[in-house]
Design a protein around this ligand. Structure first.
Ligand SMILES: [Zn+2]
Ligand SMILES: [Zn+2]
Length: 291
């Protein structure tokens, strides 16, 4: 059910899908958190305190769309690994006990109709084969700003490509996971393609892959037609067309940053996902196009 957001009708909304307040382990109040994001051009925000649903009235007071959210942590016995699962768009759940397994936690969230996002898999030490049999995981965080700031393990590119190689399909989220204990706000977000400015439309778009993650650069188009891959981006120095095993290619700007990109597939690719690198080194990540 993965869709390509580029060319879909609607508009792009910028939002952060993962942050904390002083109602769990963050430093700022919900009102201060909402004011920060509203003041930095965000259209929507999900406050995802640990195992509790923080009221999103403050988000809406600040003029943004509030997406009800929560982060659930627990121990996955099968992988002997702690998991953190971000749930977006909760309807009836306002607290969630830790599941006995990651799959059980996902099932609880899916029973409520919400979006499931595996948070910071590199930091927690998740390896792709452990996740192969997991079902109904909508997204993984390919970038988590707090984990990068505090532990250097904010990127999950290898987990993502390993899991794609095993045949799993999911979207790639960039988030702040803001705790307000350092410079961890405004570092990673998603641009979501929607026709309605509502929490439900945002969650539906994230569930179907109608979004991309970014630290700054913009992706304006990304298509695969016949064996030709094309992209349009904000000015960039490189675009990495990531794919299976040894396949995939990097296109480098010639001279100055460029905005139009194309490569020809060489054969053997099973998916293509785009990483756009800005002159300042910041990256945007498309979702995979499955071939
Ligand atoms: Zn977490
Ligand atoms: Zn978190």
């Amino acid at each position: 059910m993965a869709v390509n957001p580029f060319g879909l009708p609607g508009e792009w909304l910028k939002g952060n899908t993962h942050c904390h307040t002083n109602l769990s382990d963050g430093e700022l109040s919900p009102a201060a958190v909402a004011d920060w994001y509203a003041g930095h051009g965000y259209d929507f925000l999900s406050i995802t305190d640990h195992r509790i649903l923080t009221s999103h009235a403050e988000i809406e007071r600040a003029g943004m769309i509030g997406v009800p959210g929560m982060e659930v942590n627990g121990w996955d016995e099968a992988s002997d690994c702690e998991y953190h699962l971000v749930a977006l768009g909760l309807k009836d759940l306002d607290t969630l006990p830790p599941g006995r397994s990651l799959q059980e936690a996902i099932n609880n969230v899916k029973d409520d109709g919400a979006v499931t996002i595996l948070a910071h898999p590199h930091w927690l030490g998740f390896e792709a084969p452990w996740l192969e049999s997991i079902r109904e995981l909508d997204c993984l965080e390919i970038f988590n700003a707090t984990c990068q700031l505090l532990t250097g393990k904010g990127y999950a590119r290898q987990t993502v490509d390993g899991l794609l190689a095993l045949g799993n399909r999911f979207g790639l989220i960039a988030s702040d996971d803001t705790h307000w204990r350092g410079d961890d706000a405004g570092k990673g977000w998603v641009n979501v393609r929607v026709e309605e400015r509502t929490s439900a439309a945002i969650c539906e778009a994230i569930m179907t892959g109608a979004f991309y993650g970014s630290q700054g650069p913009e992706i304006h188009d990304f298509q695969v037609e016949d064996k030709r891959v094309t992209a349009r981006t904000s000015p960039a120095t490189a675009v990495r067309f990531m794919s299976w095993r040894h396949t995939g290619q990097v296109a480098l700007a010639e001279g100055k940053p460029q905005t139009e990109w194309a490569i020809d597939l060489r054969g053997g690719e099973k998916w293509v996902r785009l990483e756009c690198v800005a002159p300042d080194g910041k990256v945007a990540w498309s979702n995979p196009i499955y071939l």
